[in-house]
Structure formats: C-alpha cells, structure tokens
Design a protein around this ligand. Structure first.
Ligand code: 6PG
Length: 252
C-alpha cells in the first residue's frame, strides 16, 4: 500500500531552507538516538545549495551532531569531483569544507571513473560494506534527499530508462536526455527501503510536475511517482511557488 506523503509548504525559499534544516536536524537526531549514527544520502541539482548555505550557519550547524553523521550520494554525474556539474563538488564547496566534515565520513560516487558500470558496482560494494548488508538484501538508509526534475526524474532515474527497471542492484548507471548523459544513481529499491525520503522542491517551474507526481493517478509511471518507501516516511518540503497547484492540504 503506497505511503501517504507528508507535505510541508514554506512561503519563501529562505523559510523553505529553514524548515528543511529543522526537519533534517530532528530526523538525524532520531537516527543517532536509535543507532548511534545517521546515514544521509544527498541529492544533486541546484536546489540543495540554499539548504547547505543555511545548515552551515552558526544558527543551524550547532543543531546537528556532525560527528555521528555519514554522508552518501543518491546520484552523481559521471564527471570529476572538481567539475562544475559534480554533485559531490557542490556539496564539498557549500557544506563539507565550510563545516570541516572529515573525508572519512563522506562517501562519494567516483564519477570520474572511465567505466560507469564499474563505478556503480564499486559504490554498491561501498554501501554494502558500510551498512554490513550482504547481497541480495537492500540496505535501509536513514535519510535520502531527492530533487524533482522537470520531466519527473529523481536522483538519476529518468523516464523510460533501463535504470528504472533495475530490481537487484543498489546502484546503477543512469542516462540523462540532456546535459551530462552518464550518471550513477541509487535504484528504486534503495529509495523505497529508506526510513525517510525527503523531496526538496522549490520554484513555480516545478508546480505542474509536483501536482502530477503527488496527486495524478495517471502519472504513476513517472520516476518520482514510483518513490514510495515500503515502511518509511515520504516527506515533501516545498515552497509556495512549487506547491501552488496542489489540492492536498499541507501538514503545516
Ligand atoms: C541531479 C539530481 C536530479 C536533481 C533534479 C532537480 O544530479 O541532477 O540528482 O535528480 O535533483 O534534476 O534539479 P534542480 O534542483 O537543479 O532543479
């Protein structure tokens, strides 16, 4: 049975970043209380940048127990870490370096590796070792952050691509129709095994797709609409512009 999405709406992008930072602080603390650490998979794209810039401020960074938080990535582009399109690169500049997060608590996808399939297999092994999760089991991450593309993609799971059909792997190669074509991405199996999946979406340009993914029965094949954690929370934190076409009432 599909999980009911929890929707929170903020008036402005700044308020959205604060609301998302508060949510992450509370769920990370819950995970640390129950297991001693919190594994967070970061999303790519531009939306997280404002969140990172908020979290690293003195007002917010003291609300996180950074020594117990481990960072992973839900997807990345097949580029070197210093490439402007690298999701790791953006997080390194906007979050890890300002907060001096030690490298041994950051697990990035090796986008620069020549063979994307081998890079995906390597990251799968990293994930299995880190979570002591033998094949064919799927690991349960504490928090997975996701964005939403204009075409309904999330992570690097694009419409009508083989990556969406992957049933046994944890990490696979995604193919984007535009921009950096080759990507590394978590599969739906990992996303739907998580304790908390948090979609972060802002801007009026995404309002139509937000409505289709959350409310439209006829759009269940959209990649983001197929994210429904088996026994976890599905949370959307939106700004008003992105939420403007929704009929569902937000929880806030
Ligand atoms: C990526 C992402 C992708 C992103 C969406 C939204 O690497 O591109 O993981 O899924 O989250 O495309 O991107 P924006 O935040 O830039 O709108």
């Amino acid at each position: 049975m599909a999980v009911t999405p929890e929707i929170f709406v903020a008036r402005t992008v700044q308020e959205w970043a604060q609301k998302t930072a508060a949510f992450m602080a509370s769920v990370s603390e819950q995970a640390i209380q129950s297991t001693g650490r919190c594994l967070i998979a970061l999303s790519g794209g531009s939306t997280p940048k404002t969140l990172y810039q908020t979290i690293r401020t003195p007002e917010w960074n003291t609300r996180f127990n950074w020594s117990r938080i481990v960072f992973l990535f839900g997807d990345d582009r097949c580029v070197a870490p210093e490439h402007p399109e690298s999701n790791f690169g953006m997080a390194q500049t906007e979050l890890f370096e300002p907060l001096r997060i030690p490298p041994d608590r950051i697990y990035r996808m090796k986008g620069e590796q020549q063979d994307p399939t081998a890079a995906a297999e390597d990251y799968e092994k990293t994930l299995r070792d880190l979570m002591q999760c033998p094949s064919p089991e799927f690991p349960r991450l504490d928090v997975i952050l996701l964005g939403l593309g204009d075409d309904g993609h999330t992570a690097s799971l694009f419409p009508r691509t083989a990556a969406l059909q992957e049933q046994s792997k944890l990490v696979t190669v995604g193919h984007a129709p535009t921009g950096i074509k080759n990507r590394l991405t978590f599969t739906l199996g990992v996303l739907n095994r998580a304790a908390v999946v948090l979609f972060m979406v802002t801007g009026s340009g995404k309002a139509e797709m937000v409505r289709r993914v959350i409310e439209s029965e006829s759009d269940r094949s959209l990649p983001a609409a197929r994210v429904s954690p088996d026994s976890g929370r599905l949370v959307w934190i939106l700004d008003q512009a992105a939420a403007q076409q929704l009929t569902m009432k937000p929880l806030n």
